[in-house]
Design a protein around this ligand. Structure first.
Ligand SMILES: Cc1cc2nc3c(=O)[nH]c(=O)nc-3n(C[C@H](O)[C@H](O)[C@H](O)COP(=O)(O)OP(=O)(O)OC[C@H]3O[C@@H](n4cnc5c(N)ncnc54)[C@H](O)[C@@H]3O)c2cc1C
Length: 601
């Protein structure tokens, strides 16, 4: 049986003891009232919701899936009640500003919430997954009339939103979008004007569902006479139900039959002269949409962490139960104990290969979770810190960290699900234990919200090269502070050296990229995936160092949860067994002369 418990104690420990979140919140007037106890209580309640309401309908929702008929989509049993509980609990508005009807809590808590939701039930989490982004778009780009009509219902979660970008011919290349928006009555296009929207969208998550009475579609479209490509794109708000209660001419022509997240309706939508309103300036649709996409990318990143955590929990539980052969060594303190007398075999968790697999999952989960929460702390400071220079620096960190987090965590989430499945042997390949669902569900996160290859190109071109390396230098300086803190402690010399070496490798790779692209424009694109993975390993190394720092400080021990020695062991395992992989990526970046032969037709 698939099993999952919200990792509340670990999230609390990382935020309060490792990342010093309460002190950072205290420096921001928006969160000055938020203390560690309140934050811990929010996490505990979120964990209860995820464990008690969502996890129990994860396997059943996968087995049942969504059902389509011409009038709509029926989500799996229990989804609607779970969504009502989610709304009643006030979760949709957690990180929305109080002036817009939200609770004004930090993104860091929202990020932790969404990691737990995704860990418990990725399919269900797709429905509220875009809500925060939709609220941001309406808040920042909607004219007053649209804000008055839609914002409160989105903030409360009474209505859900979609992000309608993809078309059959327009996937990664949104410049190929063809959906049309024609201003009504021949008026000039401007923010808020009514438009008629026509076109086909595919793969739209939650494009139709039975959780909410109305759905607010944010549709990427093209006005008459717009420039070709992405510079000619506009954004329209198109509701399923119009303000007078009439059904708009938006139709769900079918849903996809897909590898995983069966509980999430992935819809083909047809807009047939549908009534909508422009949101944001004409031809600036992509810029408006980016607000939604950045928030969504961090949510997708933590889907990877949720899957990592679910893989770890399930594989660990199984490996302690399943007995095969005698292990050469037993855990210290267990010789002659109760576990040693169970039949002729030992738990597979005692075999070094399995222990190593479990520790790999543990070290990755700890580090990715740390980086995700850290990114969210910067996201809050980019918006709320009183010092403008600090806000700008924080925004730079977020811009660089987001594509790395999205790609790294989703890749590790899926790879770890496969490694966890291996721990189950043949039972993993069957449906008996549900780890195969984690493997299937986790795969999509590497594809949507900008595929991982597109994230790597964004990182290399926009975040590392176009600004002359300024963002990279700023982030490296912050990471170097923790290397120095490790260097000051005799017991953490290995962390200090490893982090310093990784920062030097990043510097070297950056110099290679800059020098190499002058006479070979293709080179940064050839090595973009390795550059992202290399930077990802720098961050993993930093996260393990940071965890080791807090584990070495008795004042930072958490009352509940894992002991400091356990955090330190996980961090050191990461350093010794997982970090060497970074070298492969740095070497590939350095191999400028490596050619990519053309494939034969
Ligand atoms: C379950 C699911 C839910 C989704 N939800 C939504 C949603 O809610 N809203 C929405 O608008 N869309 C959604 N999508 C669509 C998703 O965002 C796209 O599938 C994704 O952006 C990739 O586009 P594509 O499938 O057309 O692949 P393509 O763009 O055709 O890419 C195919 C492959 O080529 C690679 N590639 C393409 N161009 C480049 C390049 N320049 N350099 C390097 N590699 C490249 C890609 O990385 C990918 O591996 C969803 C998709 C799925 C399957």
């Amino acid at each position: 049986m698939w099993t999952w418990q919200a990792p509340v104690a670990d999230l609390q420990h990382l935020l309060t003891q490792v990342l010093d979140a309460p002190a950072r919140w205290a420096a921001q007037p928006a969160f000055a009232e938020l203390d560690a106890d309140t934050a811990n209580e929010v996490l505990a309640q979120a964990g209860r919701f995820a464990t008690e309401v969502l996890a129990p309908i994860n396997a059943s929702g996968d087995a049942q899936g969504c059902r389509w008929n011409p009038d709509g989509v029926t989500t799996p049993d229990g989804y609607r009640a779970a969504y009502q509980a989610f709304v009643a609990g006030g979760w949709p508005s957690l990180a929305i500003a109080p002036e817009h009807g939200g609770q004004g809590l930090p993104q860091a808590l929202n990020t932790a919430l969404f990691e737990m939701l995704a860990g418990a039930n990725h399919g269900w989490t797709m429905y509220p997954g875009l809500l925060h982004g939709a609220c941001e778009v309406v808040m920042h780009h909607g004219v007053d009339a649209l804000r008055e009509r839609y914002l409160a219902k989105l903030v409360s979660g009474e209505w859900l939103g979609t992000m309608a970008l993809t078309e059959p011919q327009a996937g990664s290349d949104l410049g190929a979008v063809r959906t049309k928006a024609e201003p009504e009555g021949g008026v000039a296009a401007a923010n808020g004007v009514p438009v008629r929207v026509s076109g086909h969208k595919i793969f739209i998550s939650g494009g139709e569902q039975d959780l909410t009475d109305n759905i607010v579609h944010l549709v990427l479209c093209r006005l008459p006479g717009a420039a070709p490509g992405s510079k000619g794109l506009s954004l329209a708000l198109v509701p399923k139900v119009l303000p007078d209660g009439a059904r708009n001419t938006v139709f769900c022509d079918g849903i996809e039959h897909k590898l995983g997240i069966h509980g999430s309706a992935t819809c083909q939508l047809r807009f047939d002269q549908a009534q909508g309103w422009l949101i944001g300036e004409p031809h600036r649709g992509l810029a408006a949409m980016f607000l939604m996409m950045n928030a969504a990318r961090l949510h997708v990143a933590v889907q990877g962490v949720g899957h990592l955590d679910a893989a770890l929990q399930n594989a660990s539980a199984y490996a302690l139960e399943r007995q095969q052969m005698r292990a050469a060594q037993r855990p210290p303190g267990l010789d002659g104990g109760a576990a040693a007398t169970r039949g002729n075999a030992d738990p597979i968790a005692w075999h070094p290969a399995v222990r190593r697999a479990l520790l790999t999952l543990r070290a990755r989960t700890d580090a990715c979770r740390t980086i995700a929460l850290w990114t969210a702390l910067w996201l809050d400071e980019a918006e709320h810190h009183p010092d403008a220079a600090h806000r700008a620096a924080a925004a730079g960190h977020v811009a660089l960290l987001t594509p790395v987090a999205k790609s790294l965590f989703t890749e590790l989430g899926h790879r770890s699900a496969s490694e966890a499945l291996q721990v189950f042997g043949g039972y993993g390949y069957t449906r008996d234990y549900g780890i195969e669902q984690t493997l299937r569900d986790s795969r999509i996160a590497m594809i949507y919200e900008g595929s991982n290859e597109i994230q790597a190109i964004d990182l290399v071109q926009r975040k590392l090269l176009d600004d002359g390396g300024a963002r990279a230098q700023a982030l490296m300086a912050v990471l170097a502070e923790d290397a120095a803190r490790c260097a000051a402690l005799p017991a953490l010399q290995d962390f200090a050296q490893a982090l310093s070496a990784q920062l030097a490798a990043w510097q070297g790779a950056l110099a290679q990229l800059r020098a190499g692209r002058a006479d070979d424009a293709d080179y940064p694109l050839r090595v973009a995936d390795d550059m992202l993975a290399g930077v990802g390993h720098v961050l993993l190394c930093w996260a393990w160092a940071r965890s080791a720092l807090s584990a070495s400080d008795p004042a930072r021990a958490s009352a509940a949860g894992r002991p400091a020695a356990d955090w330190l062991a996980s961090a050191r395992f990461g350093l010794q067994w997982l970090l060497p992989q970074a070298q492969v990526h740095w070497e590939r970046v350095a191999a400028r002369e490596a050619v990519l032969p053309w494939l034969a037709d």
